[in-house]
Design a protein around this ligand. Structure first.
Ligand code: NCD
Ligand code: ZN
Length: 346
């Protein structure tokens, strides 16, 4: 008898859907398995205002193939000029579920992000009042700080001071990559959550750098030492409410990754659930997969779990494409380095 696992339909609490031809190609890869996603606003130009988020949401829904159901949960890109009233109105209407903080220069399309954290104090205070979560890309950009230390330094220099200065602010530490990130997430109460990506549960920095440089394993925050990967595995499989899935699936066309200055981002939407079932099974935690993928994130955002369910069946090796074609060029699907046997749906 084949082994099966039935889960509430999952949510992806950190997803890059892009726009135009790329959006059309990658949206079905997520909508096939996920009910909802927190959609990142780092387009060019970024999604800053409520009106821009409404327009982007409409473009996402227009790109959704007939017969697929998927709810984009919109975010705003925080700039030093963001108007607290616009944020409050976009949240009150139910359109916007979170605001994303990018330190300027930290990652893809973050140039319009925040340099001086005092300039966004008013927005953060409004968000604390209305209970709107702040999703944080937690890396300092100080050139003097080693890239592998940038998350831990951000926690001390920025995140902890901001949280102390803004009591009640609900914060999601996005795509944590370190044991320090795990520990800090655990130091908070119900106002602090953390997303963990699929790929950071699988790769450490050796996967990027040993035996030749592997651009498809390069993302930000960059994967760290093995001890950090193991800390993330322990956190994700713990079942604790504060930890939930945000794949950070971030498509870039292959020529932009296989490049002298390659873009950061791993595209995992296609095979994420098969990888996660593999990871949780390896760690003896299949019974906690649903909390990570389908319950904890929804609860943090004040949403009911999705009503539908998906079934994973363990069997023959999962067939998935090495690349997907998009109107913006081919996009390589994340290679977990092992055959996967948990098929979604079968
Ligand atoms: C993301 C992207 O490409 O938009 N890249 C990445 O490596 N994760 C941006 C981000 O989330 O940092
Ligand atoms: Zn991201």
């Amino acid at each position: 008898m084949s082994q099966t696992l039935t889960l509430r339909r999952p949510d992806d609490m950190h997803l890059h859907l892009r726009d135009g031809a790329m959006l059309e190609a990658v949206l079905p890869e997520s909508a096939r398995h996920f009910g909802r996603a927190i959609v990142m606003p780092n387009l060019v130009p970024p999604v800053v205002t409520g009106a821009e988020a409404a327009a982007y949401r409409a473009r996402i829904l227009a790109a959704l193939p007939e017969g697929m159901a998927f709810e984009p949960l919109m975010t705003l890109y925080l700039t030093e000029a963001t108007d607290p009233k616009d944020v409050a109105a976009a949240a009150a209407s139910g359109l916007v579920r979170a605001v994303k903080l990018y330190p300027a220069g930290a990652t893809t399309n973050s140039q319009s992000g925040v340099r001086d954290f005092d300039k966004v104090r008013g927005v953060l205070e409004t968000m604390a009042e209305i209970g709107l979560p702040l999703c944080v890309h937690g890396e300092v950009t100080d050139p003097a700080v080693d890239i592998f230390d940038r998350e831990a330094v951000f926690i001390d220099r920025v995140l902890d001071p901001v949280r102390r200065a803004t009591p009640g602010l609900r914060v999601v530490m996005e795509h944590i990559t370190t044991a320090e990130g795990v520990a800090y997430a655990r130091s908070g109460g119900a106002d602090l959550g953390a997303t963990i990506t699929t790929h950071h549960l699988v790769i450490n920095r050796n996967h990027i750098l040993v035996g030749g440089i592997k651009p498809h394993y390069y993302c930000l925050p960059v994967a760290k030492r093995e001890i950090h990967r193991l800390a993330l595995r322990e956190a994700a499989t713990s079942g604790e409410a504060r930890f939930f899935l945000g794949t950070d699936s971030a498509p870039h066309a292959d020529p932009l990754k296989e490049n002298a200055c390659g873009c950061a981002g791993c595209f995992t939407a296609t095979n994420t659930l098969s990888i996660l079932a593999h990871v949780f099974e390896e760690d003896g935690a299949l019974d906690r997969l649903e909390a990570f993928t389908s319950l904890n994130g929804a609860a943090f955002y004040g949403l009911d779990p999705n009503p539908g369910r998906i079934t994973l069946t363990k069997g023959a090796a999962v067939a998935y494409p090495a690349k997907i074609d998009t109107g913006a060029g081919p996009v390589t699907v994340f290679d977990p380095g092992v055959p996967l046997h948990w098929n979604v749906g079968g």
